[in-house]
Write a protein that binds this ligand. Structure first.
Ligand SMILES: Nc1ncnc2c1ncn2[C@@H]1O[C@H](COP(=O)(O)OP(=O)(O)OP(=O)(O)O)[C@@H](O)[C@H]1O
Length: 610
């Protein structure tokens, strides 16, 4: 086997596996909270069910003894007693079936509820985490494992409850066997324990394998998605990427298959050997009991009862031990689940925060602000010193990668500066509640989300509490020109857009942008940020949008990012960025007069239009 790879753990010791069991109480607390009534009913049914095997075996013994008594008797005998015993066994069988069905039903209902609740918790928790955490691949692996846990974990409940049920059944059966001969119990243990240790070993290997392969499995999922999805089909065809993607998939999946096959084969080999050992133990005990019966020490009914008990005990013991190692394994996975929920965001809601200014009095001041993205040593922006005055419209220009979007993200506190600080009305941005800041900020990013939802909701996301306020949504659509798109859709505002779901209608890039821009008009925020809001619009639409732009930003503090100078010149001031630093800042006229980079870029673009 390959050594543990990056992001993987070395195989865990027996001790660590035991420690993982400490997650069970917390887990059962969550299960209990899912539905106390159903969990209680489940436990009760299982307790009753656990007594049935012993009672059934005992009734079977009575039946055999009665049959022998009747057949060996000289005088004719009434069969009433015998039939009554058979009737009892029959009723027990039916009762046991009903109880089984009941617990299976409850298990699956509780499991479904638990999976739903966990998914909701996962979504909520993810929403609270920092953006930078999402950009970290270790985090992604954790999220991935937690996501898998939300569905699979209810199985663990079935296992643990099954374990308790079998343990009680065993106590009942063992009592009978011990009364006959305590050595039989010892024989039982000797034959079953090696199998348990073997299972435990292989479970641990399999966990380590799955764990260390999380990044690759994520890549496999990604390749599967890229190779077969509507979003990528266009480029996959044009560039002929199918072989490239499938080959990479094949290499990875074959490697995982080989490692897994190796493990499964060894597991099967050892498993057969241990099963043989178990059977040998059973037959040794059987011979022992037969000899005692032949000697006349016990009845034939006792023989069936004891051999039956021994057989059941062996099966139960094996399943308890095997299940134990699988419970421990599942508890290890549970650790990932809890680890994810224990992740804390660094940008948190601050209960002692100062109230957000309404209206903003002075504006923002960037004091020597620098920022590095997670896991890189490169400064995305540095030494930024500038003000964004209340009610001012500031445009950011600069080449790709100059740091424009980064400034916007810092302003909306999607990240905090690595050095320096940002002040709002004289106080650090961190002193305000991040939720208030975001409520007062409307951002339309260049890579805005194309929500696969109705046109109505696609605009309403700008202010989701107003999702039922149709007049406001229509008004926003009119302002952003999205109405020209929506009015042509068969279902108008109730039209599903995007291709993912049935009856969805796909829009062009510019049409999507008009819809996304509508979100800015929905938002009654004091700060408005538009990151390349018109990049995909045709010339006429861009012109119209900008005629309305003054109205949209009236009374608001706004940042506008654009590569089009016709757009940029509408701002009050313009900041030119270069490699994360502020090169020059001033009004359009000032910068032209200065004859610096702005003038150069402006003339370059104007040249292109002549
Ligand atoms: N999530 C990220 N992780 C690491 N580095 C990043 C990340 N986002 C941006 N960067 C880097 O930070 C620098 C600034 O990026 P930013 O997105 O702010 O540029 P921009 O001026 O908005 O560019 P564009 O005009 O292409 O939109 C770039 O060098 C980029 O590579």
């Amino acid at each position: 086997m390959e050594p543990a790879r990056k992001g993987g753990k070395p195989p865990l010791s027996f001790d660590e596996r035991f420690k993982a069991l400490k997650n069970l109480p917390e887990f059962f607390k969550l299960i209990w909270q899912t539905s106390p009534k159903m969990v209680l009913a489940n436990v009760l049914l299982r307790v009753i069910r656990s007594a049935i095997p012993l009672v059934t075996l005992y009734v079977a013994k009575l039946i055999i003894d009665e049959v022998i008594r009747v057949t060996q008797s000289e005088a004719p005998q009434s069969l009433n007693h015998l039939f009554m015993l058979v009737a009892i066994e029959f009723l027990l069988a039916i009762f046991s079936d009903i109880l089984n069905r009941g617990t299976t039903l409850l298990d699956s209902l509780i499991g479904d509820l638990f999976a739903n609740k966990s998914s909701i918790r996962l979504m909520r928790h993810s929403a609270n985490l920092d953006l930078s955490q999402f950009e970290d691949s270790d985090f992604y692996d954790k999220l991935e494992r937690a996501r898998r846990q939300t569905i699979g974990r209810s199985m663990l409940m079935t296992q643990v409850l099954g374990q308790a049920q079998d343990a009680i059944t065993m106590v009942f059966l063992a009592a009978g066997l011990i009364a006959f001969n305590p050595w039989l119990i010892l024989l039982l243990m000797i034959t079953v324990i090696p199998a348990f240790l073997g299972e435990t070993h292989f479970n641990e290997r399999s966990y380590s394998l799955v764990y260390s392969w999380t990044p690759e499995r994520r890549e496999l999922d990604y390749l599967r998605f890229t190779g077969a999805s509507d979003e990528t089909a266009k480029e996959v065809k044009i560039f002929g990427l199918s072989d490239f993607l499938t080959n990479r998939f094949k290499v990875l999946s074959d490697r995982f298959y080989d490692l897994n096959k190796n493990l499964s084969m060894r597991r099967a080999g050892w498993g057969s050997f241990f099963a043989m050992l178990g059977s040998a133990g059973y037959y040794a005990a059987y011979i022992f009991i037969i000899i005692d019966t032949v000697k006349g020490n016990i009845t034939i009914g006792d023989l069936t009862f004891l051999s039956g008990s021994f057989f059941r005990l062996r099966t139960l013991f094996e399943s308890i031990l095997n299940r134990f190692s699988s419970v421990a394994e599942n508890a290890l996975y549970l650790q990932d689940f809890f680890d994810f929920f224990n992740l804390e965001p660094s940008i948190k809601v601050n209960p002692q925060a100062r109230p957000f200014p309404n209206p903003i009095r002075e504006g923002f001041v960037f004091e020597n602000v620098g920022f590095k993205y997670h896991n890189t040593d490169k400064w995305a922006v540095r030494n930024l010193n500038f003000t964004l005055r209340k009610g001012e419209k500031l445009a950011l220009v600069g080449e790709n990668g100059a740091g424009k979007t980064t400034i916007v993200k810092l302003l909306a506190r999607l990240y905090d500066p690595t050095e320096g600080r940002i002040l709002l009305d004289g106080h650090n941005l961190k002193d305000y509640n991040v939720e208030d800041l975001r409520n007062e900020t409307g951002v339309i990013f260049q890579d805005f989300v194309k929500f696969q939802m109705t046109a109505n909701h696609n605009i309403a996301v700008g202010r989701i509490v107003e999702k039922d306020n149709r007049p406001k949504i229509v008004h926003s659509a009119e302002q952003s020109l999205a109405n020209t798109v929506i009015d042509r859709l068969p279902e108008k505002y109730d039209q599903m857009i995007g291709r993912r779901f049935a009856d969805g209608v796909e829009l062009s890039g510019g049409e999507w942008q008009k819809v996304a821009l509508g979100r800015a008009y929905m938002r009654d925020a004091q700060i408005l940020i538009l990151d390349e809001p018109t990049a995909a619009l045709d010339a006429r639409a861009e012109h119209e949008v900008f005629q309305r732009f003054t109205e949209l930003t009236k009374g608001k503090t706004a940042i506008l990012i654009s590569h089009r100078f016709s757009t940029v010149r509408m701002a009050d001031r313009i900041m030119v960025l270069d490699k994360g630093q502020c090169l020059e800042i001033g009004t359009h006229e000032e910068l032209l007069a200065k004859g610096g980079r702005y003038e150069e870029l402006f003339n370059l673009q104007a040249e292109g239009y002549r």
